[in-house]
Design a protein around this ligand. Structure first.
Ligand code: KG4
Ligand code: ZN
Length: 335
């Protein structure tokens, strides 16, 4: 009989519930985005997010079961994101998961949201170890070395802003709506690299990142030009900004894959949807590390979703890493 996990994700501004078979097959993956409610504030408002999760979570559970054509009695376990994320938002998912698991006498599996992002790649092909993950999202930018399933070593991370955060902040200066990563990516393909933005720490012999200097250089350039009455080309700004982000990410990732020879490189998180990053990383990796397979999750699974939580939960269940009814949200949960 196959294993069926009901997975719940509510760490930020998406309420999502999925039913995953054997950690690899998506029977359903319902994603209720709240982005329209946050856009006018230029970012995610935690209290607004929590309220939306309360309204959405029960319906999402019902829809996920219906679409997967399974009943609670068919399920093997319930999985839920424990952290990192917004505490109020996480608590809604955790409370719903506990209630559902209690009512149907199912085991409860706590999942790290960032591990979930890595396991989104499982829907492309099985993960093979050792593995390197470049995790690039709105809250994180890190290189994670996985010697084996369930083992995570952060070998480098951002010392200030995450890559997605930098995209969203420069997008605000360009008058784009939140989150602006996708739009800047599209604009970057229309312009030319005209502004020499910094590549922070690119030559330094470690795997850490920094994007706040780039963000400040961008903002200062735009503000100074506005004071002088100059109009800068928005597409050229996007191209130049993206060139800097991509060059740093590609450079450090290749260096990491050379120092830690790996079977696979998984690029995951919201910024893994970036076309410029995909276009640059794949050929450079092919040249520098031809024995390493580069995997990007499907575009629809780069952002937050419960399918990835179900895939990561499958591994936790095999290791019998279960939670009891005391399970609590951990907003800054580390690996
Ligand atoms: O993983 P995610 O959905 O949420 C977090 O856990 O943070 O990532 C959201 C981030 C946002 O900062 C958004 O601007 C960025 O991913 N993003 C992109 C692209 N699509 C989404 N950044 C660059 N290029 C994209 N195509
Ligand atoms: Zn995320």
């Amino acid at each position: 009989m196959s294993e069926l996990i009901l997975a719940i994700e509510s760490s930020c501004d998406e309420t999502s519930v999925a039913v995953i078979q054997d950690g690899a097959i998506i029977l359903s993956n319902i994603v209720a985005s709240q982005i329209k409610s946050h856009q006018r504030f230029g970012g995610v408002v935690p209290e607004v997010a929590s309220r939306h999760h309360v309204e959405e979570v029960t319906t999402c559970i019902q829809e996920a079961l219906l679409e997967a054509n399974v009943t609670p009695q068919d399920l093997t376990a319930v999985a839920v994101t424990q952290g990192p994320g917004l505490v109020g938002a996480l608590l809604i998912g955790i409370t719903a998961a506990k209630a559902f698991a209690w009512a149907h006498q199912l085991p409860l599996i706590p999942v790290n949201h960032m591990a979930g992002h890595i396991y989104a790649a499982r829907f492309v092909e099985p993960l093979t170890f050792p593995l390197m993950a470049l995790l690039v999202s709105g809250g994180h930018t890190e290189l994670v070395y996985m010697k084996e399933a369930g083992s995570y070593e952060i070998i480098g991370e951002t010392r200030d802003d995450a890559a997605g955060e930098a995209y969203d902040k420069v997008g605000r200066v360009l008058g784009l709506s939140y989150p602006s990563g996708k739009e800047i990516d599209q604009m970057a393909h229309l312009g030319k690299e005209s502004y020499p933005f910094p590549r922070a720490m690119i030559k330094e012999d470690h795997f850490d990142f920094s994007f706040s200097g780039l963000k400040s250089a961008f903002i200062n350039l735009v503000h100074n030009a506005a004071q002088k009455g100059e109009v800068l080309d928005a597409n050229d700004l996007a191209t130049s900004f993206q060139a800097s982000v991509v060059e740093v990410l590609v450079n450090k990732t290749i260096r990491a894959c050379r120092q830690y020879p790996v079977a696979q490189l998984v690029v995951a998180g919201g910024v893994a949807a970036n076309q410029g990053l995909r276009e640059a990383l794949i050929p450079h990796m092919q040249e520098a590390c031809p024995n390493t397979r580069v995997i990007f999750p499907p575009l629809a699974l780069c952002g937050d979703n419960a399918a990835m939580i179900g895939a990561a939960a499958h591994v936790e269940l095999q290791k019998n890493h279960l939670a009891d009814w005391e399970l609590n949200a951990v907003p800054s949960l580390a690996f």
